[in-house]
Design a binder for this molecule. Sequence first.
Ligand code: SAM
Length: 207
Amino acid sequence: MREISVLVACEYSGTVRDAFEDVGCNAWSCDILPTESEQTKASGKHLQRDVLSVINDPKWDIMIAHPPCTYLSFAYAGKDRYSVERLQKKVDAYKFFVDLWSAPIEHICIENPMGYAHTGLLPYTQIVEPYYFGDPYTKRTCLWLKNLPKLTYYKPDIFGDEGGGVQWSARRATFMRTEQHRAANMAANLFCPLSVAQKNAANFMRV
Ligand SMILES: C[S@@+](CC[C@H](N)C(=O)[O-])C[C@H]1O[C@@H](n2cnc3c(N)ncnc32)[C@H](O)[C@@H]1O
């Protein structure tokens, strides 16, 4: 059985790439920035370039993509939000999203916050929060899944006795920390159903 090749698109932290490598995959990250992960540096598996120049490589089995959300998120409410310049950047961001989604890779997961990608382009497949996976953070995150199972999780009652809404919202983490925790969990969750599928020689992967 050949190893699974994973492309983690738009990642310089190495978080998801390293997590996939830790579970035995041939995992690569790609970003226009250099990687900041020592594990990724040691492996030599970071492609510092435009990810659109690598998505046609036939070796990829799975792509996990974290495209920039700057022009897709609802968060920005500046008064230039309808300027022609900003609208053009939004169109470019839509195109990048579609280019990733239409990559010739059998299994694709795109991750982004709730925003225009969902309302104006393609409805998300699943919404997850870091606390569904045991992290003490909230960050509503959309996943667009192609030929991948939805992530399985336990959703605690954060307003119940154990967590407490006030405590949980007070512990909202910085974006980066939350992102890393969630991403590592996502990698682990994605890999579990894949390895089961492999064992069963299911029609899930090209093995
Ligand atoms: C929202 S950040 C995701 C960061 C990621 N979660 C991580 O842990 O490194 C989006 C990333 O996309 C990268 N990026 C933007 N356009 C790109 C392109 N055409 N090819 C590769 N990376 C790109 C940016 O440099 C940025 O690091």
